[in-house]
Structures are given as structure tokens and as C-alpha cells.
Design a protein around this ligand. Structure first.
Ligand SMILES: Cc1cc2nc3c(=O)[nH]c(=O)nc-3n(C[C@H](O)[C@H](O)[C@H](O)COP(=O)(O)OP(=O)(O)OC[C@H]3O[C@@H](n4cnc5c(N)ncnc54)[C@H](O)[C@@H]3O)c2cc1C
Length: 399
């Protein structure tokens, strides 16, 4: 494709700005339409795993990301009153804590700052209609204006409305059997620099993690048979969460007491996006919009980074959008599907044990796993598996 063509990216989350960065490097003009009023800096601790770290390094952002590292020391399992069950320091087998620990909001800001000057960000803007032709695509925006683009890239995350407009039949959701909620609460001295996880009665699974100087992040997941509550029904979501926390001990009580004042409340079904097609004509999807694996995999951000890098590269490399999208999907889909397949409803059930006996057994297993002898045996294999997942993705050089 020739340079200085104009591309529209919908969504200023993670995949959108990364794709914009690379497209700008390759000589394209990029408009980013973001539905929210300002940059959405909610969310809690995210891992940037394996191949995703490589993209960050290629963008020259590793130091800026490292400066925002939450410094989490590892993960402690505790009971409902906060009493210690088992300790998994950073680097241990089965710990939550990775090398690249950053709050999603901090990460989104680093990416925004790296691209704010080089592309045209438009907030409170979204597409209401797309008109595809052989030689271009006309986007109608929510203010009624119409603009011509070479391509439209949808990076709108799991709840994408443009995807529903263009590829409704080709997209389905795989519900994993639990709801998830995340937000931040006031930090207390005892929170320290460790993640604290509680397996609660009836499957309420709570993790508190170091956020910033003032705040501790909260992730709560709990089983629910069907994804039957609408995303935007905040009042019902809060009630659902309060029910899941009721009678679950002092940590749950602390969270319930603060729920009315949190500013970044999020709650929704834990579902994967399974799309049989990622593109149509001059429209293509990337990141969670195409292949959300769920936050429980810890791999959504890496998928967004890798997908955005490859998509931009193939657009540069191929003269025809159809060839570019085919090459992009061929490279990224197997990586995304492998990530999605590592998570299943059965695994979610196992992590959300419900009865007192099952929880006691789980705590026994946690203690055994944390023991020195088990760690010495399992740690090297786990590290090797992580390395293999990263190395299995071969990065094309598009420069
Ligand atoms: C507020 C928020 C908090 C999150 N917190 C966590 C977390 O704690 N842990 C975790 O693992 N993952 C979290 N995620 C998801 C995580 O960011 C993604 O899994 C991953 O990084 C992939 O990023 P993405 O760019 O594909 O999607 P996202 O990061 O979801 O970004 C999508 C962007 O598109 C925008 N958008 C949506 N619809 C439209 C539209 N029609 N037009 C224009 N813009 C639109 C959204 O406002 C958002 O800014 C969160 C996402 C959001 C938006």
C-alpha cells in the first residue's frame, strides 16, 4: 500500500494506540475514535506476557512501563479473616505475580502519551454507519459527519458495537460460568506490596493487589449459571456483587463497605469472544474485539499488543487489504485460540470451589504447592512453558 493514506481506528484502549503507533511509523495518517469522554484508565493489574513484552521493547517503551511497575512481591493466599494460608513469591510456580506488573490505566496512559502527537485522537466519537466500496470505506460518526478512509480497524474491546454492525452472525461469546468485577478501594497499611487472595464460600474468589500509593485494586469473581444481566445495568451488577460478598468474612466486608464510593466500578460476565471471521472488506478487528480470552488468562494484553503489531505490519507489506488481513489472521489466530483454549468452564469451576470441605481441601493443596520441595520440582518446567509460549510466536520484521 502507498503511504499517507488515512486509516480509522475505533477504540483507544490497548490495541488501538499500538496499531496507530506502527501505522504512523509506516507512513499512514491515523484517526482514533474513542467512544468515552476521556481516556479510560480503569482496570487493575495486568500482565504483559512473553511475546507482548517484545512489542513493548520494539516500541522503545520498556523503561517507561518499568517505571510504573506496581512492585508486587508475590501472592499470599489467606482465609476469609486474612489469616495466612500459603505464600507464592514473585517467580514461584503458580504465582500471580509476573515481571511486568502494571495497572491497566497506567499502561493505557503510556501508550496514549506515545501516540498523542502522531495521530488524531477524537473522544466521544464512534461510528454509526460504514459504507464499503472497492476503493475505500466511508464512516458516518455520531455527530452525523461522514469521512473517507482507506481501512477501518475495530479495537473496541469485548463489547464492540461496530463489530455487531459488520459481523453480527460471525461472532459468538463463550461464557465461562462466572461474573467478574474490578475496581480500586482505599489502601491500608496492611495491604503492603503483596497480592492477597481468598477462596470464599460459594465460590466467591477475591484478590486484593497493590495499586498506587493511595489505592488497592480489587478483583472478585463468582460463579453464576447464565450471563443474564446486561452490561450497562450497574445497579443490578452492584447488588449481585454485594450478594456474592455477604457473609464472606472481613475482607469481603471491607470491600462491601466501600462499594458505594468506588469511581471505577466494573462488573460483567466472564466471556470469550469467538469470531469466525475477523475482517470483511476494508473492516478488520484486533485485540479483545476479535479474540478476548478473558482477564483470567492474563493474556488479553499480550494478544492485543501482538495482534496490533502484526496487523499494522501486514497492512504495510501487502498492496491489497484482503491479502493483508488474511496474512494477519493466519499469524495471530492460532496464538489467540491457544490462549483461549487454556481457559475453560471446568477450570473456572475448579478455581471457584463452593463448599467448606472443598475450600479446606483447596487450602491444603495451596500449602503443598507453596512448599519448597514442590516449588523446586515444578518451577523450572513452568518457566520453560512460559518461554515456549513466547518463543512459539515468530515476529515478522516489517521494517
Ligand atoms: C476500563 C477497562 C478496564 C479493564 N480492566 C482490566 C483489568 O483489570 N484486567 C484485565 O486483564 N483486563 C482489563 N481490561 C481489558 C484489557 O484492557 C483487554 O483485555 C486487553 O488489554 C485488550 O485491549 P483492547 O484494546 O483490545 O480492548 P480495551 O482495553 O477494552 O479497549 C477498548 C477501547 O475501545 C473503546 N470503545 C468501545 N466501544 C467503542 C466504540 N463503539 N467506538 C469507539 N471506541 C469504543 C473503549 O472505551 C475502550 O477504550 C479492561 C478494559 C477496560 C476498557
Amino acid at each position: 500500500m502507498k503511504a499517507r493514506k488515512k486509516i480509522l481506528i475505533c477504540g483507544a484502549g490497548i490495541a488501538g494506540p499500538v496499531c496507530a503507533y506502527w501505522l504512523h511509523q509506516y507512513g499512514y495518517d491515523v484517526v482514533i475514535a474513542e467512544k468515552a469522554r476521556t481516556l479510560r484508565d480503569g482496570g487493575q493489574n495486568i500482565d504483559v506476557k512473553g511475546a507482548g513484552q517484545q512489542v513493548i521493547k520494539m516500541m522503545g517503551l520498556a523503561e517507561r512501563i518499568e517505571a510504573k511497575n506496581t512492585r508486587e512481591q508475590g501472592q499470599k493466599y489467606v482465609d476469609a479473616t486474612g489469616k495466612l494460608v500459603a505464600v507464592f513469591p514473585k517467580g514461584a510456580f503458580a504465582t500471580l505475580t509476573s515481571d511486568f506488573e502494571i495497572l491497566r490505566g497506567d499502561f493505557a496512559h503510556v501508550l496514549f502519551e506515545a501516540t498523542a502527537e502522531i495521530c488524531d485522537y477524537r473522544f466521544e466519537t464512534f461510528v454509526t454507519h460504514l459504507d464499503q466500496r472497492d476503493d475505500g470505506i466511508a464512516a458516518t460518526f455520531n455527530d452525523g459527519s461522514v469521512e473517507e478512509f482507506e481501512l477501518v480497524i475495530c479495537a473496541e474491546g469485548i463489547g464492540s458495537s461496530t463489530r455487531e454492525m459488520i459481523l453480527p452472525e460471525q461472532t459468538s461469546f463463550r461464557y465461562l460460568g462466572a461474573y467478574m468485577s474490578f475496581f480500586k478501594i482505599r489502601k491500608r497499611p496492611e495491604d503492603g506490596l503483596w497480592a492477597h487472595t481468598v477462596n470464599g464460600i460459594d465460590g466467591t474468589f477475591i484478590t486484593l493487589r497493590p495499586g498506587n500509593d493511595m489505592e488497592t485494586t480489587v478483583l472478585i469473581t463468582f460463579p453464576r449459571k447464565k450471563p443474564d444481566l446486561a452490561w450497562d445495568d450497574r445497579a443490578s451488577m452492584k447488588k449481585l456483587l454485594l450478594d456474592a460478598l455477604k457473609g464472606r468474612g472481613t475482607i469481603a466486608d471491607r470491600i462491601s463497605a466501600e462499594l458505594d464510593t468506588v469511581r471505577d466500578f466494573y462488573c460483567g460476565p466472564m466471556s470469550q469472544v469467538r469470531a469466525s471471521r475477523w475482517s470483511k472488506g476494508r473492516f478488520v478487528m484486533v485485540g479483545d474485539a476479535a479474540c478476548c480470552p478473558t482477564p483470567f488468562t492474563g493474556e488479553g494484553t499480550a494478544l492485543a499488543l501482538v495482534g496490533a503489531y502484526v496487523l499494522a505490519g501486514e497492512i504495510k507489506r501487502c498492496a491489497d487489504p484482503a491479502d493483508a488481513f488474511e496474512a494477519y489472521v493466519k499469524r495471530v489466530r492460532p496464538y489467540a485460540e491457544a490462549s483461549q483454549n487454556r481457559m475453560s468452564p471446568a477450570l473456572i469451576r475448579l478455581l471457584h470451589v463452593r463448599s467448606g470441605i472443598a475450600i479446606a481441601l483447596t487450602r491444603g493443596v495451596q500449602k503443598i504447592l507453596a512448599s519448597g520441595i514442590v516449588q523446586r520440582r515444578l518451577k523450572p518446567g513452568a518457566a520453560q512453558r512460559e518461554r515456549k509460549i513466547a518463543e512459539d510466536f515468530v515476529f515478522p520484521d516489517y521494517t
